[in-house]
Ligand binder design. Structure first.
Ligand code: GLY
Length: 348
């Protein structure tokens, strides 16, 4: 099992990655938590696939387990799901020493983490990511939250898990589109800071190195989060493709998934960097890599629509918005620009 430490001011914790680890989930959780009540929060798809196995493994270590299941998909990452989790925790008399276990992808992790951050002003939670996207990105680093009608992730909290454990066998049931969502995030890491990682994916030969690639992404994320837990500096680089990506998700009524939107957003960022002359051209390399995995590289929305939605993004500060733009594969910069200049520089 690969173990990667994440060191934050809130707490230090490990991300454990390994095939066949589900049978050890109870023991691995009991290393960081005494037997207590556990609420497994999951979605209806993961519930059918893995929740029984996970429950059995956790109960074996002396935990008392209940379950909260909601409908799969980004549309569930809302205030109603969040409130329903809190009400269930209260009805079942969960206390500050009890535990939430997020079993699923990014939506499950984000909404459960936000419930953990706020129930009784904060209880512990463990992330058990079941998607590639969640294990390489959203389960690590403590960003939790929900979407509002006005935009994605507009309410939330930084709340670090006490442990993250991924059984990579869970990834084998992912449909190709969901696997591609994760690959878009991995390609994003490559463009931000690792040309070797980008090259592995650009070559299309990642399957035999999947565990190492996942570990490399988690290591990159862990290092960045340890230096900038609260997203005021370097961590913003991890948002490459996200300002336009979130705008595209929102414009589509959440029918375009996060990874697909990030893929398109990364291409827009690369073309925009070329448009303003800060980059040695790399948009075609990014397009070629994304296309290998059936990821989209453009969309039907026009520039005005995308910019309007982008303006609800969290990265907007007063009159400026901080774009993350690639200078070359393996190096990105934070590029704050006045909002009124967006239309001139953005290139779709
Ligand atoms: N997903 C980007 C971050 O966690 O900062």
């Amino acid at each position: 099992m690969i173990s990667i430490g994440v060191d934050t001011k809130q707490r230090a914790y490990d991300v454990l990655i390994g095939s066949g680890s589900v049978k050890d989930f109870g023991r691995l959780i009991s290393e960081v938590k005494k037997p207590c009540k556990v609420m497994i929060v999951t979605d209806d798809i993961v519930n059918g696939l893995y929740a029984d196995k996970v429950t059995e493994a956790i109960e074996k270590s002396g935990f008392t387990v209940s379950r909260f299941v909601f409908e799969n998909g980004e549309r569930s990452k809302n205030i109603t799901t969040y409130a329903n989790i809190l009400e269930r925790l209260a009805q079942e008399h969960f206390t500050r020493t009890d535990l939430i276990v997020a079993l699923g992808g990014g939506v499950v992790g984000d909404v459960s983490g936000f419930a953990a951050a706020t129930y009784l002003r904060g209880i512990d939670f463990v992330q058990l990511p079941t998607t590639l996207l969640a294990v390489v990105d959203s389960s690590v680093g403590g960003k939790t939250g929900i979407d509002l009608i006005a935009g994605k992730n507009l309410a939330g909290a930084f709340w670090q898990p006490v442990r993250v454990i991924c059984d990579t066998d869970f990834l084998s049931t992912l449909p190709d589109e969901r696997k591609a969502d994760g690959i878009a995030e991995i390609i994003k890491y490559g463009v931000i800071c690792s040309k070797p990682l980008f090259d592995i994916f650009a070559s299309g030969r990642f399957e035999e190195k999947l565990d190492e690639c996942i570990a490399e992404c988690v290591k990159i994320k862990s290092d960045v989060v340890s230096r900038d837990e609260f997203d005021t500096g370097e961590r913003r680089l991890l948002n490459l493709g996200h300002t336009f990506g979130h705008a595209i998700e929102k414009a589509s009524g959440m029918t375009i998934t996060h990874g697909y939107a990030v893929a398109i957003g990364t291409v827009i960022a690369a073309k925009t960097a070329e448009n303003i002359g800060i980059s040695c051209p790399c948009s075609q390399d990014i397009i070629d890599a994304l296309k290998k995995y059936g990821l989209p590289v453009s969309c039907d929305y026009n520039k005005e629509t995308i910019i309007n939605y982008a303006l609800t993004d969290k990265k907007r500060t007063g009159v400026d918005i901080a774009l993350i733009l690639p200078e070359k594969i393996g190096k990105c910069i934070i590029y704050p620009i006045p909002i009124e200049k967006l239309n001139d520089i953005v290139k779709l």
